[in-house]
Design a protein around this ligand. Structure first.
Ligand SMILES: NC(=O)c1ccc[n+]([C@@H]2O[C@H](COP(=O)([O-])OP(=O)(O)OC[C@H]3O[C@@H](n4cnc5c(N)ncnc54)[C@H](OP(=O)(O)O)[C@@H]3O)[C@@H](O)[C@H]2O)c1
Length: 279
């Protein structure tokens, strides 16, 4: 079983570790480095894994190193990891681990610059539902990453939901626009539906329960269906019926155009942030 080291033991790491343990990954092959004592104690108690304040000892024997710190401190963390690995002690002819970065907006160019050009690195863009193992992550690997290492990255990220590989790194910005920021779009739509339901006379509780369950039910149907979402929509839109009236309102207000513009903005901002954070 592969040894997995997490640098940063916060929300995302906790979720990935929870998923890995639930899938039967042995606790004694997971180690977390985090300066936060409370965080370390919680992880030890919850999962019976080893934690340390010292990233050097955590890196020892790691097959995969998951970089799960905030983007703002990624540069200093990556530079200190590179220094640890270059030190005489950690050389020991051991094969270099795979690095998996889940930090938003940190591109491979920066990671390679900080960690070393020869390192195998997978860049991932997860999303918030990963925290309840319902996430969706986009993954992109650099050329130094082997097939075995790609599978390893997949195993780690699948602990928090589904994964999709993309063909070039720029697509990570599109992943950010679709699934990275996506949960907020659905929250906004749900918010608007709840408010509209209340205006139509429902209590907040009833409007919320109906809206949330409808979103969940529609997502389950879309996932289980053999036909695409456009066909599912057509099937519930009877001519002259209530749904048709509502859909016509959305189309007249150019919902599709609004969604396109929103995702384009998110895509552009993701690329801009990568430039800024990589400096
Ligand atoms: N949460 C999400 O839904 C989500 C979605 C997509 C991507 N991501 C990405 O996932 C990464 C982690 O996010 P998160 O929500 O898990 O953040 P988080 O809860 O703040 O976890 C980060 C952890 O790293 C610790 N840390 C700080 N400096 C460190 C160091 N030098 N070495 C090791 N650990 C250190 C922090 O300790 P302190 O608290 O003491 O600083 C904290 O426990 C971010 O880069 C974020 O962009 C998160």
């Amino acid at each position: 079983m592969s040894n997995i080291c997490f640098i940063g033991g916060g929300n995302m790491a906790t979720s990935l570790i929870g998923g890995l343990i639930a899938q039967g990954h042995p606790a004694d092959s997971i180690v977390v480095s985090d300066p936060n004592e409370l965080q370390r104690t919680q992880l030890e108690q919850q999962f019976s894994i080893r934690t340390t304040i010292n990233s050097g000892s955590a890196l020892k024997d790691a097959d995969v190193v998951v970089l799960a710190v905030k983007p703002q401190i990624m540069k200093s963390v990556a530079l200190s990891i590179a220094a640890e690995m270059n030190s005489a002690d950690s050389q020991n002819n051991k094969q270099q681990p795979l690095f998996v970065s889940i930090a938003a907006g940190i591109n491979l160019k920066s990671l390679q610059l900080w960690l070393g050009e020869s390192q195998a690195i997978v860049r991932c863009m997860p999303n918030t539902p990963s925290l309840i193992q319902q996430g969706a992550s986009g993954l992109f690997a650099n050329e130094q990453t082997s097939i075995v290492q790609k599978n390893l990255a997949e195993t780690v990220l699948k602990a928090a939901g589904i994964v999709q590989w993309v063909q070039n790194e720029a697509e990570i910005d599109a992943v950010t626009a679709v699934s990275g920021s996506g949960p907020a779009y659905y929250f906004l739509l749900m918010e608007a539906m709840i408010d509209a339901g209340i205006e139509l006379g429902l209590s907040r509780e009833t409007a919320s329960e109906l809206t949330i369950q409808t979103a969940l039910g529609a997502a389950h149907m879309a996932k289980a269906s053999e036909v695409d979402v456009a066909e599912l929509r057509r099937r519930v839109t009877s001519p002259g019926g209530t749904t048709e009236q509502a859909i016509n309102s959305f189309e007249q207000a150019d919902l599709r155009g609004m969604v396109k513009a929103a995702l384009n903005s998110a895509n552009r901002r993701s690329a801009e942030l990568a430039e800024q954070l990589g400096e």
